[in-house]
Design a binder for this molecule. Sequence first.
Ligand SMILES: Cc1cc2nc3c(=O)[nH]c(=O)nc-3n(C[C@H](O)[C@H](O)[C@H](O)COP(=O)(O)OP(=O)(O)OC[C@H]3O[C@@H](n4cnc5c(N)ncnc54)[C@H](O)[C@@H]3O)c2cc1C
Length: 361
Amino acid sequence: MQDFVIVGGGVVGTFIAFELSKYNKTITLIEKEKDLATVQTRHNSALVHSPVMVPPNKGKLKAKLALEGNRAYQTLVETLNIPHLKNGAYVLAVNDDEMERLHTLQEAAIERNLNAERIGPDALRQKEKNISPDVRGGLFLKDAMTADTYALCQTLEQITLSNGVTFKKATRIRDIRVTEEGFTLSSDTDETFRAKHVINAAGVQAETIARMVEKTPRYTMKPHRGEYMVLPESQRHFVNATLFPVPQHDTKGILVIPQPDGTIRLGPTSTYQTSLDDASVTSEGLDAIRSAVDTLVSNVPYETVETTYAGIRSTIDQDDFYIGRSHEHPGFIHVAGIDSPGVTSAPAIARYVREEILKLK
Ligand SMILES: Cc1cc2nc3c(=O)[nH]c(=O)nc-3n(C[C@H](O)[C@H](O)[C@H](O)COP(=O)(O)OP(=O)(O)OC[C@H]3O[C@@H](n4cnc5c(N)ncnc54)[C@H](O)[C@@H]3O)c2cc1C
């Protein structure tokens, strides 16, 4: 009987395993893929968001954990030697309405005591030579960066392994039975795992896992696909910082995102779909990316695009993350609805699960 079984080895499950491994508990993390961090955690923008882009009106817990997570990354990328790019981000306005919204964004940042510096079009063009002539002004968010999330999970796994945690990969949980002592999980490898607590960190599959235990989960998965194209390392100097449009109501928009390896990601789109695993790239998606990117920058070397991909956001039918004990079986812990900014928040989510949910101090 394990103290904890964690279902899901993306950045969230891996950080939770890392966090709990310091508390002398028996822990197994179960991942259906051959490797950690190959699903949502690897098919995203890899941005450690500035907390300015995660306001509390989009979810109080999200805003709190994104802020704490952003602060944690500033040092952990260095102490764990994770490839990263501390390059900041510009939010760019292209018309009067957006200039006004930029102002509102800055006011909100000042109120929260966060870094957000106004920059005019001439100064911007000195920093970013390919900014579109339509850009009227920007906001610089110093504490945004990108990090290699795959390398991060590999490093966390190595440390966590040496702390005694077991990682079972290529093992898909098919069923969970509630028992007197806790839970018995069975897998497609015909193994069973017994645990006092189950932590559901299954990303876009979180509702599927929850339904193995609960009759009526209190959230519904609403997957949203995000498509990208990627410029090669040879275009490393096309832009320096991450470029955002002024955010719309429900998404952060389509961005230009330099990565630690010198490649530049253009995207993501945001399209609701019913499928939990259809990550195809469409011509409509690529057209939408081109048209949005062209409003931020000129001379985009689309002819050099080296690859395209899509990720599926584990969005649920509510704005905030859903983290807490099951109302039916309290030993089962939901860590669900972890869409963006889940990478940013992951270290803080792990601490929150340990301190606030499990009360392990
Ligand atoms: C397009 C897009 C852009 C994004 N951009 C950003 C960004 O720039 N910054 C940011 O902070 N966040 C971003 N996010 C969000 C971020 O990627 C996610 O919040 C984060 O990766 C979620 O991690 P996770 O561990 O919960 O999920 P995942 O990485 O999906 O991990 C869940 C794991 O559970 C496993 N699993 C599922 N079912 C089972 C089962 N039955 N048995 C065993 N294992 C199972 C899966 O194989 C998977 O590995 C983005 C997401 C997308 C899709």
